[in-house]
Design a protein around this ligand. Sequence first.
Ligand SMILES: [Zn+2]
Length: 398
Amino acid sequence: MKLYVASEEEILSGKATDVYFVRTENILRKKGLDSVKVRMEFHVYSLPEGYEWAIFTGLEEVLKVLEGKPVDVWALPEGTLFKPFEPLMIIEGNYADFAVFETTILGILRHYTSISTATARVKRLARDRTVLFFGLRVLHPAIQPMADRAAYIGGADGVSGVLSEKYINVKPKGTMPHALIIVFGSQTEAWKAFDEVVEKEVPRIALVDTFYDEREEALMAAKLLKEKLYAVRLDTPSSRRGDMLKIVKEVRWTLDINGFSHVKIFVSGGINEKSIVKLRDYVDGFGVGTSIAFPKSIDISADIVEVFINDKWVPRAKRGKLPGAKQLYVCPNHINERVVGLLSRNEKHTCKLCYSQMKPMLVKYIENGKILRKLPSADEIRNYVLNQIFKLPEPSIN
Ligand SMILES: [Zn+2]
């Protein structure tokens, strides 16, 4: 018996890879092509239906993998919003030196970016409502810190994993499980015990759908904990759900007419983009699990786009891909004014709306294995993401 988890050593040494990359490296070395220098570009050529943008994340882990390897790396800062055909990252080096890392790097970027993008869309649709990521139970525990980080920097207001405090310096958030109430055999006893035992700074959020109707239990909790009650959580099973919006409105009405307007309403259980749009005007916060933890895939791919021949870079790519390592320019005032140019040209572009100099978005992170920049904290990345997505209209949902 064991846990089927790749170790950090296996990942950093390139053993977590597809076998054809090992064979490719072997062939290149045997045939004397191990010093052919290339630029490999990471990009997305199409997004899931209805998606107009995605959020690039996972960079810190990729830099950790490439640190100390004989490569140069340019990338968008972690948390940068991007669109199809835009460059996300470029690795320059002898292909034989980094070929085996492609699987690992793509795996990190695709998984992170998919989770962060799903979270960013959910947060954008939730507007000023709280979004908590409660999806760890959907995932293998080995990646709990990764999933919490991806959701948090993607814009979640909180995550539930205990390890998030150690890994990303974010205090975990949560309420109470039905199991607590079942063990006590009484909602009121369980809520009272929670209030007595749990640290004062933790908001009192009572789960109110265990034995009775949500409206009855919400009122019971409010009468018991009074001004200490921060919120009630409705996690109504789908077999009992009917119209969730009507249930929420009824709970709100009942709390209000009994003098408990301060009590917020949180909803969890199968929450997705659609239910957020439906409930957001009546609910204060959402606990979102599966729709973030199992997001739509943002299919990042990696292609060699330039080869160094006779002392100069020559654009070369497979058909269907645009040759040349690229740079992305974005107007600092207009996030939708974007131009793609060649990285090596250091182009200047002016925004056609405000005439500002557009900003080259890919910056150099690694030179010959050495990290060049201080990396931002999870909170800094999250703020950066929120700043971008709230400049854009709400995403359309299918
Ligand atoms: Zn502009």
